[in-house]
Design a protein around this ligand. Structure first.
Ligand SMILES: Nc1ncnc2c1ncn2[C@@H]1O[C@H](COP(=O)(O)OP(=O)(O)O)[C@@H](O)[C@H]1O
Ligand SMILES: [Mg+2]
Length: 193
């Protein structure tokens, strides 16, 4: 088990016959008796399935058994930013700058899709194996009606598909990743104050 949230546990699992590892959120269907929980789960699944951004956790697969729902997502090996903060006590400014920049790009992507997270906290910000952030936990998101313009634009069939993210946003993400690929940047994410 890699985590426990308000409504279920998160397990580290391996896809049978492969070495691919995932995190799997397991939710008891008995909780669905509560209407507010149905909305919570639906939001979480829908938002996760819609996202495609390096600093946002996305849905790899979803399925169910008679008693449980399963949401499968990439496994974020670095754990919670909460734990990192607690262990380090204090973070170097260089690391904070990178975390802040990555957070802004992730939040900007959500807002472009009309999604307001509403539960941003260090427990819901995970770190990948290189120390980059990945925001998760979308159950409390507010999805604004008609707020999907960016997606519609990017997936248009007018020959310009992907122009919005591919050059603009992508290049900023790449720039940040390049920065942490440098020794000083890497130290910033892995070292402590
Ligand atoms: N993809 C993941 N990789 C690694 N750990 C995860 C992943 N998703 C969740 N966790 C762990 O499980 C905890 C609970 O997951 P979360 O989605 O926040 O559930 P809840 O809605 O119950 O808070 C997280 O705070 C984190 O520690
Ligand atoms: Mg959480």
């Amino acid at each position: 088990m890699v985590g426990r949230g308000a409504y279920g546990k998160v397990l580290l699992v391996r896809l049978r016959g492969t070495e691919r590892r995932f995190a799997m959120k397991v939710i008891e269907k008995s909780l669905l008796a509560k209407p507010s929980f149905v909305a919570y789960m639906k939001t979480e699944r829908d938002v996760m399935a819609r996202l495609n951004h390096p600093f946002l956790v996305r849905l790899s697969m979803a399925f169910q058994s008679r008693e449980r729902l399963f949401l499968v997502m990439p496994f974020l090996k670095g754990g919670e930013l909460f734990t990192r903060l607690r262990r380090a006590g204090l973070l170097m400014e260089a690391a904070v700058r990178i975390y802040a920049a990555e957070m802004i790009l992730a939040i900007e992507h959500l807002h472009e899709h009309g999604i307001i997270h509403r539960d941003l906290k260090p427990e819901n910000i995970l770190l990948d194996d290189e120390g980059h952030i990945c925001i998760t936990d979308y159950g409390l998101c507010k999805v604004l009606p008609g707020g999907n313009k960016k997606k519609d634009r990017d997936s248009g069939e007018d020959g310009r598909a992907g122009a919005g993210t591919g050059t603009g946003e992508g290049s900023i993400v790449d720039a940040i990743k390049m920065q942490v690929a440098l020794p000083s940047g890497a130290d910033a994410l892995h070292g402590s104050a």
